[in-house]
Design a protein around this ligand. Structure first.
Ligand SMILES: Nc1ncnc2c1ncn2[C@@H]1O[C@H](COP(=O)(O)OP(=O)(O)OP(=O)(O)O)[C@@H](O)[C@H]1O
Length: 316
């Protein structure tokens, strides 16, 4: 196997930089044939994966594996580059991507049961993993004729507002206080959040309208927000997406929601709506923040079509 590692040394509040020498030692001890590409700026992993696939197209080694080393953002960018490349250059054999989790949230690794200890994750990549088809979330912005992908989730409302506030916090990059910036952001959003209007159109089901939405998240994996088990049954191995709509809860409903999440029974609550669909249409009103795999989408109204596309993933 020839491994192409795209590493974001800044992932996990520079955790990737700290562990990179040890990763290189494990690669050498395993006699792995690899090449490293370092991301130099945000979104660089998109270009790097396109560049690798372009080079591989001329040499076409069938035994190549791309490794995204970083957090969920680095994986998102790497897969986005792959999708863009193969959309422009359709190919019978697509190079699989693996994930080495050295970031902070690592929801994708949790969702696919990839070991959170990078030593074990790397050992799996180097031996035992094979190429398996996963279903990556795909959205089309119907108003702006744009499209994109998500490996984890696409959220409008509560989760996106938390991401936005945490990103603005001066504590974000601090190894210890970074976690508190998220907690402070969550508390702030819960107190001040104004519900919004949303129309949902699942395939083959009549349109549903909600007037006071708190959280509207479409997920490809069970987790969001750094380990919250929002849809325990969600899986990238089926071609469905899971949508969770939470209407603005009262204080006691919020306490109930949080407690039931721990029991994995929150989806039975009356003010929570769960859809498991191959295709979804979502329309929201007003200036609302959105997030995709933990990255901000901006504040606007959304008019989206969502489904999944298939991609080979290198996993045990
Ligand atoms: N050289 C760089 N300098 C600054 N930012 C970078 C660089 N390379 C990548 N980035 C950006 O760093 C951001 C965070 O990366 P990533 O999501 O992988 O780590 P994380 O936030 O620690 O992990 P997680 O998303 O799992 O919480 C991404 O938006 C990415 O574009």
């Amino acid at each position: 196997m020839k491994y192409f590692i795209i590493i974001n040394l800044h992932a996990g509040g520079d955790n990737a930089k700290k562990v990179w020498p040890a990763i290189q030692r494990q690669l050498a001890a395993s006699h792995a044939d690899y090449q490293t590409l370092y991301t130099a700026y945000p979104n660089h992993a998109i270009e790097l994966s396109e560049q690798i696939l372009d080079e591989l197209d001329t040499t076409s080694p069938a035994d190549a594996v791309l490794i995204a080393a970083g957090g969920d953002g680095t994986l998102h960018e790497t897969l986005l580059g792959c999708q863009r490349y193969y959309q422009a250059h359709p190919h019978d054999h697509q190079v699989p991507t693996a994930f080495l989790p050295v970031g902070s949230g690592n929801d994708f690794a949790r969702g696919l049961k990839i070991p959170l200890k990078w030593e074990n994750a790397l050992a799996d990549i180097l031996s035992g993993a094979t190429s398996k088809i996963i279903n990556v979330g795909h959205y089309v912005d119907l108003d702006h004729h744009l499209e994109g992908f998500f490996t984890n989730n696409l959220g409008i409302g509560f989760d996106a507002t938390v991401v936005h506030l945490a990103n603005k916090s001066s504590l974000k990059t601090h190894q210890f206080f970074g976690k508190f910036s998220y907690m402070a952001a969550i508390l702030n959003v819960i107190i001040h959040f104004q519900g919004f209007h949303a129309e949902i159109q699942p395939a083959n089901v009549p349109e549903v309208t909600f007037d006071n939405v708190f959280l509207l998240t479409t997920t490809d994996i069970p987790y969001f927000g750094g380990g919250i088990n929002i849809v325990p049954t969600a899986s990238v191995f089926d071609d469905h997406l899971d949508l969770v709509v939470v209407e603005k809860p009262s204080l006691w409903q919020l306490i109930l929601f949080i407690s039931m999440i721990f029991l994995k029974r929150h989806l039975r609550l009356k003010f929570i709506h769960h859809y498991h669909e191959k295709e979804l249409f979502i329309k929201t009103n007003g200036n609302r923040l959105g997030q995709i795999d933990g990255e901000e989408l901006g504040a606007r109204s959304y008019n989206l079509k969502l489904n999944t596309i298939k991609y080979p993933f290198w996993v045990r």
